[in-house]
Design a binder for this molecule. Structure first.
Ligand SMILES: NC(=O)c1ccc[n+]([C@@H]2O[C@H](COP(=O)([O-])OP(=O)(O)OC[C@H]3O[C@@H](n4cnc5c(N)ncnc54)[C@H](O)[C@@H]3O)[C@@H](O)[C@H]2O)c1
Length: 341
């Protein structure tokens, strides 16, 4: 397509400026509408982001009729994603939406099917793939220096006091946050999920209503085991939002603290109780032009304009969603759960 991509943003809450700030720097996209069930939220964003020409409203269908956009950006709360996305796809719009796709697998599958039926792109924000550090970590692990991957650990410990929908949400850590870590595990390892056993709990002192902590063991393809330990109500010595990672291969190990530090080590002797080790330096090159949200949005806009498939398209992202919902099912049943997409 030629000309500017005309887009309506739905859900003018906490996250929407992480979208609108980079969008303001792209000259091939224009926000033509702002929707929120609370009109005052849409009006506030219209004013603060100087989007004078944007139509505002509380009813997505009406705003779509008025503005006839090419794309809808879904920044609503997780429970609203299926309705917003399916409404937009049925009106002929491409959709880029916040994670997680949906609060159930059935709803996620319906979203994928609607995108396919309507021949539109539906892609999901997984901003943690668009960082130089994770790309450097993945590339080093895939280079073969530590051999074939056997084991992956991801730790997430943050004491986050949000207020709002998360305080009352069921399975809050698994559904609203762990999707990032599970998607990162797929990105780093290149493996897909096979099964999971998960124990979820809401620790003493938690300020959430349900499921602020979880431990999960995933079997991935090629026999790789990925363990996840996470909490959203853990005060002190927090990890980064990108998690603390350890990847073990047949020859060595590589860790990443989720920030600037990546360390690699592998055995360089054939004898000895503990083998002598050699250290690797893992350089982080500045390769990514647009990082985080800006990167996912840029990828989506390029595919809408020129054709192509965004990295986080729903047909791929549903595999990360399947990890979330299988973990929830395992936590609810106390059983190991096979993962099917
Ligand atoms: N990718 C990330 O790093 C990241 C970070 C934070 C939040 N998020 C995601 O962004 C989404 C929104 O989170 P938030 O923190 O901005 O929440 P929020 O509660 O601050 O904002 C949500 C907004 O959507 C509006 N809304 C709710 N239902 C709607 C509907 N049906 N139609 C139109 N508007 C509706 C609400 O009134 C509110 O203004 C969630 O899916 C969350 O998981 C992603």
């Amino acid at each position: 397509m030629s000309g500017k991509i005309r887009a309506v943003l739905c859900g003018c809450g906490g996250i929407c400026k992480a979208w609108l700030n980079p969008i303001a720097g792209f000259d091939d996209v224009e926000i033509v509408g702002l929707v929120d069930i609370k009109l005052e939220n849409a009006e506030k964003i219209k004013q603060e982001c100087k989007l004078e020409k944007a139509v505002t409203g509380t009813d997505l269908k009406k705003v779509l009729r008025k503005t006839k956009p090419d794309a809808v950006f879904d920044c609503t709360v997780p429970v609203a994603h299926p309705d917003v996305t399916i409404t937009a796809l049925k009106k002929g719009c491409h959709v880029l939406g916040e994670k997680p796709m949906a609060e159930s697998m059935k709803a996620g599958q319906k979203m994928v099917k609607t995108a396919e039926d309507k021949k539109k792109i539906y892609s999901v924000i997984q901003n943690r793939r668009y960082l130089d550090n994770i790309v450097a970590y993945r590339d080093f692990i895939r280079s073969g220096e530590i051999g074939e991957i056997t084991t992956l650990n991801g730790d997430f410990y943050i004491g986050a006091h949000f207020g709002g929908f998360r305080d009352v949400m069921k399975h809050v850590l698994l559904v609203d946050m762990a999707i990032h870590t599970f998607d990162q595990a797929r990105f780093i390892s290149g493996k897909d999920p096979v099964s999971v056993y998960c124990q979820e709990f809401n620790p003493k002192g938690s300020w959430y209503a349900h499921g602020a902590s979880a431990v999960a063991i995933f079997e991935m393809t090629d026999g790789v085991v990925f363990t996840y330990r996470g909490s959203w109500c853990s005060e002190g010595i927090n990890t980064s939002w990108e998690c603390d990672w350890r990847t073990i291969g047949t020859k060595g190990t590589c860790t990443w603290d989720g920030g600037a530090t990546i360390k690699g080590q592998a055995a360089n002797a054939d004898e000895g109780f503990i083998r002598a080790q050699k250290d690797f330096t893992v350089p982080v090159e500045k390769k990514i032009v647009h990082g985080g949200h800006a990167g996912v949005i840029r990828d989506f806009l390029d595919c809408v304009k020129n054709g192509g498939v965004p990295q986080t398209v729903c047909q791929d992202n549903i595999k990360s969603l399947a990890m979330v919902h299988a973990a929830v099912k395992s936590a609810e049943t106390g059983k190991k759960v096979a993962i099917k997409v």
